[in-house]
Write a protein that binds this ligand. Sequence first.
Ligand SMILES: *Cc1c(COP(=O)(O)O)cnc(C)c1O
Length: 404
Amino acid sequence: MLKRNSHPAGRHFLQIPGPTNVPDGVLRAIDYPTIDHRGPEFAALGRKVLAEIRQVFQTRQPVVIYPGSGTGAWEAALVNALSPGDTVLMVETGHFASLWKKMAGNLGLQPEFIAGDWRSGVDASRIEARLAEDKARAIKAVCVVHNETSTGVTSDIAAVRRAIDSAGHPALLLVDTISSLASIDYRHDEWGVDVTVGGSQKGLMLPPGLGFNAVSEKALAAAGRSRFPRSYWRWDEIIEANQGGYWPYTPSTNLLYGLSAALDQLLAEGLPNVFARHRRFGEATRAAVRAWGLEILCRNPAEYSDSLTAVVMPDGHDADALRALILEKFDMSLGTGLSKLKGRVFRIGHLGDFNDLTLMGALAGVEMGLALAGVPHRAGGVQAAMDRLRAAAVGPLPGERKAA
Ligand SMILES: *Cc1c(COP(=O)(O)O)cnc(C)c1O
């Protein structure tokens, strides 16, 4: 058996921005015996998760569920909605936007990248200006990352929609919501998104292994015209089989049990409450970082991510050395700096199956780690976060009635 915990007792703190902690109830659900994926019991499961997942994407349109990672769902979005040689407009918000752009190039698309500083979100006015210039309508899609997991920056997707509409441009809108779905408000229908890409292992609180595409009518029509050779990723065959609650191939039966349990938990809490909880974690974490006197990587407070915070290390101090020390001493995993941010930032994941006291434990581990590693900072981040959480918890005491 692989040694999974560096400490013999207590629970590992998995504070990376995905995969996130899987609730016990979801783990138990995944543990049920696998059933016949062509049988009646499966169809009931399939219909349930396919209906309920739409609520999480805030859509009435089909959501395709793949056995696959988020990267697979990125590819599915591109090869269904587009054709080889199409120009796609993408925005360099960070590591994940850069990977999606690289994939577009690998597939034979022509990605055009609006350069970014890896500290800011999507500037919708630049998208509008570029689309307005595109008189020949060569750009077939605008692809953006809603929550850039490498930087902790959340972009305004409604503003991107308005920019496309103001330019009067027919391009499709493709959005990666892998690290925001079910933690930060996201509205596929209201924001007029054509393809939304999701993954199982972040806000949905599942292990890695499921990828999602929410698909608009316009995107389905585009898929009908696509000249990409594709088979496994084809939306049409999957959506047809899904009518009966089935898949054209063997789906991830046990992960779908888990999805069903995770959806029960999320919908029982209520999405507005889920979003408010993550907002509280984001605010408390940022209060801690400010009290430490450290810098939040995200430049614009309107774009702060509520699912993770990237913290800039003071010059001359290595984020990965700090992370290694915290793992060794306190059994907590923090997110590493990705590609050009390597060593310069660490990321605190605060999404998924997570409550106020989990956050306090995580922040205490960071504050002790900063002290032990000799990183210049002020004490008191934990106290600042605690003050925020206590203020948020003020309300009627148990047994008291709310004043009318
Ligand atoms: C995690 C993540 C991905 C990649 O998903 P995988 O499941 O690792 O393939 C893509 N985009 C964003 C924004 C992510 O957070």
